[in-house]
Design a binder for this molecule. Structure first.
Ligand SMILES: *[C@@H]1O[C@H](CO)[C@@H](O)[C@H](O)[C@H]1NC(C)=O
Ligand SMILES: *[C@@H]1O[C@H](CO)[C@@H](O)[C@H](O)[C@H]1NC(C)=O
Ligand SMILES: *[C@@H]1O[C@H](CO)[C@@H](O)[C@H](O)[C@H]1NC(C)=O
Ligand SMILES: *[C@@H]1O[C@H](CO)[C@@H](O)[C@H](O)[C@H]1NC(C)=O
Length: 386
């Protein structure tokens, strides 16, 4: 427990200010902080995740500066005037680089400029030739043969589903394919007792995979967070008439329930390595990005009517205020800081507990900030008064 206490104490010493109240506009404050600090544009999923927050900052404030900044990140740096993607490699299949196509579609909707749709189409075409495991699961990257990482479901499926919904709605092959990705994870990797899903599943051999089940050894909070967010995004566009819709809904609802049981009572947030007995280990720590993703998923699930308000609202509100209490502080120059996001964790090599516990913890990491901004949008627009 010592490390956790020191960590909590460190945050407390640096950050005496924060407490979630009804007045503080964390969403736009965070966006302003990133504009002030500057962001290097690229087509990776980290910036793509941050930009989701900017979409919400724009929506809540109607202030054009957020949209202009966002466009300025993409224009010329990522999407070129002729509708291609700068430095794109058409045979480098990396699901992480598909995620930003959601942002291309968003900018297309806001501006009507064809170049954004054209860039999104390039990513859609990549999906058709992305390498697959024997059961049909997308490899997480061309470099990781037959491996499905939970992160990848967030990187590829919501865009695949949005594109299909908008431009190809009668394509049953596409809908079945999207469903298949979830079915594979749920069938092979979900622990039916705890309801939790470990970081990845190999449809074959991998250094980190259990030789019998193919499952990775630990439940990593952010991978599960990506997965939870991906379900809430896909459900919004997946055809309700498709027999798979109810399955996807049950995957979402049962995970929402499992998250309730694993939330840490003392901090009100979630542990980095989630499954028993590791929450009690002294090297484990509560983690900001996963906590924000779960909280956002709950809020959005309630707002969309997927989750019963009676069962989730108070808990979700408590989770949000707990994130603010544990991780948010104000720094010099009027900057807002989200502490406590663990750095990237990959499924490469052995991937044991020591690996997860030794990863660095970052301030204002985009993977934490984007989901915090999404959760803040829900909080500021309705949840705080609900
Ligand atoms: C699009 O523009 C870029 C940059 O000017 C150029 O390198 C590329 O060849 C162009 N692609 C097409 C298909 O015109
Ligand atoms: C494109 O990606 C493939 C797969 O990683 C790689 O083999 C190839 O060298 C890359 N091409 C360029 C021009 O970088
Ligand atoms: C329908 O979806 C499948 C699977 O993604 C794809 O291979 C096919 O090209 C799509 N059909 C059309 C007409 O886009
Ligand atoms: C599934 O979860 C239960 C309850 O936490 C645990 O006892 C069991 O070992 C887990 N099974 C696997 C295969 O990890």
């Amino acid at each position: 427990m010592l490390f956790t206490q020191l960590f909590a104490l460190g945050v407390a010493l640096l950050a005496p200010a924060a407490a979630a109240d009804d007045q503080t506009p964390y969403l736009t404050w965070m966006a302003d902080t990133f504009i002030q600090d500057g962001v290097t544009p690229n087509y990776g999923y980290q910036v793509a995740t941050l930009y989701l927050g900017f979409e919400k900052a724009y929506e809540i404030s109607n202030d054009e500066k957020y949209l202009d900044w966002y466009k300025g990140q993409i224009d010329d740096h990522v999407v070129l005037e002729n509708g291609t993607i700068k430095n794109w490699n058409y045979t480098r299949y990396v699901l992480d680089e598909y995620r930003i196509a959601n942002n291309y579609l968003y900018l297309y909707d806001k501006t009507g400029l064809e170049k954004y749709k054209s860039a999104a189409k390039i990513v859609r075409n990549m999906i058709n030739s992305t390498p697959r495991s024997p059961s049909g699961g997308f490899w997480h990257q061309i470099f990781f043969r037959n491996q499905m990482w939970l992160d990848g479901l967030f990187m590829a499926q919501p865009f695949y589903a949005k594109w299909t919904h908008r431009y190809d709605a009668d394509n049953q092959t596409a809908w079945n394919d999207i469903l298949l990705q979830y079915d594979l994870i749920e069938t092979h990797a979900r622990n039916k007792t705890s309801g939790l899903i470990p970081h990845g599943w190999a449809d074959g051999q991998a250094t980190w995979a259990d030789p019998v089940t193919g499952v990775s050894p630990h439940v990593w909070v952010r991978a599960l967070g990506w997965y939870f967010m991906s379900l809430v995004e896909v459900l919004q566009v997946f055809p309700t008439s498709h027999p798979g819709y109810e399955k996807l809904m049950s995957y979402f609802v049962s995970l929402a329930e499992a998250l309730k049981k694993t939330r840490d009572v003392d901090s009100g947030t979630w542990w980095q390595v989630m499954e028993d007995p590791y929450p009690t280990y002294e090297e484990n720590f509560i983690e900001a990005s996963g906590s924000a993703m779960f909280t956002y998923g709950w809020f959005k699930g309630i707002a969309l009517g997927y989750l019963p308000k009676e069962a989730y609202l108070e808990t979700a509100k408590d989770a949000y205020t707990s994130i603010v209490k544990n991780f948010i502080s104000e720094a010099e120059d009027n900057r807002l800081v989200l502490h406590g996001t663990v750095d990237e964790c990959n499924l490469i090599g052995k991937v044991d507990l020591a690996y997860y516990f030794s990863r660095p913890i970052r301030d204002n990491h985009k993977n934490g900030v984007g989901p915090f901004m999404l959760a803040s949008f829900e909080w500021e627009t309705w949840a705080k008064d609900a």
